[in-house]
Structures are given as structure tokens and as C-alpha cells.
Design a binder for this molecule. Sequence first.
Ligand SMILES: Nc1ncnc2c1ncn2[C@@H]1O[C@H](COP(=O)(O)OP(=O)(O)O)[C@@H](O)[C@H]1O
Ligand SMILES: O=C(O)[C@@H](O)C(=O)COP(=O)(O)O
Length: 422
Amino acid sequence: MLLGVIADDFTGASDIANTLSKGIPNQGGLRTAQFMGIPDTPAPTDVEAGVVALKSRSIPAAEAVEQSLTALDWLRAQGCRQIVFKYCSTFDSTPDGNIGPVGEALAHALDAKGVIACPAFPTMGRTIHQGHLFVHDRLLNQSGMEKHPLTPMTDPDLRRWLGRQCQDPVGLVAASLVRQGRDVVRQAFAGAAQRGETLVIADAATDEDLLVLAQAAADAPLLTGGSGIALGLPANFIARGEADGAGVAFDGVAGPEAILAGSCSGATRGQIDLHASNHPVLRIDVDAVMTGRLQAEEVVRFLFDNSGQAPLAYSSSPPEVVAAMQDQYGREAVSDRLDTLFADVAVAMRRKGVRRLIVAGGETSSAVAQALELGALAIGPEIDPGVPILTDMDNTIALALKSGNFGAPDFFAKALQRMERP
Ligand SMILES: Nc1ncnc2c1ncn2[C@@H]1O[C@H](COP(=O)(O)OP(=O)(O)O)[C@@H](O)[C@H]1O
Ligand SMILES: O=C(O)[C@@H](O)C(=O)COP(=O)(O)O
């Protein structure tokens, strides 16, 4: 393995696995596998990039650090020479962590200073200007992310937000330097390292900026960021003759399907509305879940009875409904119960033979994918930016783990169709 990624959730992991597998046009990518949690066996020998998916975005910082360092040990034992810590393109975290503590712990373990921190993903409208994160034309804290159920993002100034999470000073490499190209950027990061800055926010507004940053970091032991920061990394290995840019074929799978949505993000709620206009849907009553009146069996029955018609079960709700449930039962209790429900439903559906499964929401996908215990997954074609088809190594199931805010309005129907064997 050449490149190792530690991702703080499972949708984010498939987002960056997609980027690494695709690479840039005419150059190809790396043979990439996604691992659901930290494997206890060696990786398949032909894997060039390994993405370890953790569910560490919203857990206490000390636990996130411990899991990330264990993942680092496994990736280094597979031979990785470069590590990426992947977090969300909307920098999802709280003032207590976990991006800062994990980033600094990995940097210290790898003896790295002046480490890039860049969540930009221009294709999805996430750009960074003077260290401030925008989602399309809105500052992060006015984009809807300020109402996220678990990690409300109330400050768009990434240096300030990250500074609250970090022990060491946080630096900035601004666009005026990025636009001057690889060598200037390399010097800027070296200067940051000399000043004792461990993590350094980098401006990026376009894919070209991200390619410059990846070139500048060609020999860096550690990078941190969203999937965009990985855009130019395969080319570094291919240019050095260490990888050949060969793709992996996808055969598709045939069989029953199900869609689960626990994301409350605007894009997912829009996708649910459109899907509901001509497919069977079940709205999961969260109060009924919390009081034990709704169990996994009922959801499984609905999905199974409607097999063949792209059935969808969702808990997704607008912010005021989410807030009411959280006020009544507590934020973590609601999220834990829903995670367990979706995981139980997915496990039961798999036992009943589901072959194509879509999950919307990072936490929700992480809970489901962990429960399914699928081992290593291969990366298939991209459905929409940032969301690939994943298959297990025996091709018995195809999955799409969709980040809450990703995907076109018709994502669900399109994804099921793309997963199908031609
Ligand atoms: N109706 C609801 N009320 C309260 N919380 C909810 C509801 N539906 C889902 N949630 C919780 O909201 C969180 C959504 O996060 P996640 O699945 O990561 O989605 P996203 O990708 O949009 O961030 C999960 O913890 C989920 O359990
Ligand atoms: O970087 C991104 O935006 C995604 O890869 C991601 O991590 C999104 O997280 P969720 O919205 O929680 O799925």
C-alpha cells in the first residue's frame, strides 16, 4: 500500500476513496479499498490506497485520537508512505475537537510540522478564502450547517475554530501564495513548520488550487482535509512510476434493494421528497422509536414488502422537529437509538437477501456499515460527486453511503439503477 487514509466517518471515507480511485482525467487513479473500521488482518496485496473508515467525528476527542493512532499503526504496517486524515468538507466538529486533537496527534506520531489542513471541495461548492469556509455563496455559519444535529458549525473562520481545538498555533497559507504554484507553497509550509505551527489552513477555491497543494505535498508524510485534498495525490505516485493508474472493473449486482435515510440535511430531505412522489416511503416516527412503540421489525417488513419498488425508510426531519426531539430525549440518546435502529434494519435486510443498499447520512451510514461487517470494499463508479458505488470483495452487495448534503435530487433512484448488473 502506498497511501493510507484515516477517515472520521464512513460516507467521508467513500468520498475520498472515490477521489483516489478516479484520479484526474487521462492519468487514472490508485487501486483503492475502503475498510470498515480498523482491520485485524493485512490488506489485499494489490491495494495501492487503503481508506480506513472510523466513526470518530462525534465521539470524545481522546477516543478519536486513540482510534486514529491505531489506524495509523495498521496503515504503516501495510507499507503506507503517506497518510491523509480525512474530515468533512464542512469541517464538522465541535470547539472541543476532534479535527485538531486527531490532526496534532497524527502529526506528532509522524514527526510532521506545517501540515496542510484544507477541507475545500469546489465541485460541491466548499471553498476557502483567507481561511474562511464558504458553502457555495454562503459563509459556513449561514449555510444551514449552523443547525447540524450533532456538529453545529457556528464560525466560518477555520483558523479560529481549529485554534480552539489545538495545542499548537494554527497557520494560514492564503490564496495569494497558492496561486504562485508548488514551490512557493512548499516554502510557505516550511515557514509555518519553523514557526511551530502544526496544522496550517490552506486557501483553495478551485481544483487547480487543490492540484497545486497536492503537488507541494508530494513528499509530505501527512495531509489533512476533505476529499479535495486527495485530488492530485494519485498523480504524484503515478509520476514517480510507483502506480500505473489502472482502473478496476465494476460488474454490478442484481437483487432486492432498500434505502435508509437518517440525514436531516437539506439535500437529503429534498431527495426524500422527490423519491416519495413516486415510490413507497416510510417516515420513521422518532418519538415512537424513543418510547419503544416502533421497532426495527416494522421497518424491515415495510422495506421487504415493497421490494422491487425502491422502498425508502427515513427519520430525516426539519431542524425544528430535530430540536424538539433532542430537547425531549437528549441529543446523544436520539442519535444512538436511531443509529441502532438503522443498523438493526440493515442487518435484517441483508439476512433477507438485500443486494443493493443506499444509506443517507454520515453517522447513519457509519452505524449501518459497521453493523454489516463487510470487511474490505472495492470502489466502483461514481454516482454523483463524492458518492461511489461500493461492493464487497465477493460482489454479494452494492452499497452507496451518501453524505447528507451530497447528490442530485434524483439520487436514490439513480443510484439503485447504476448498481444494477447491466
Ligand atoms: N428526526 C430526527 N430527530 C433527531 N435526530 C435525528 C432525526 N433523524 C436523524 N437524526 C440524527 O441526526 C444525525 C444526522 O447525522 P448524519 O447521519 O451524519 O447525517 P448528515 O450526513 O446529514 O450529517 C444522526 O445522528 C441521526 O441519528
Ligand atoms: O467531506 C464531505 O463533505 C463528506 O465526505 C463528508 O464527510 C460528509 O459528512 P456527512 O454529511 O456527515 O455525511
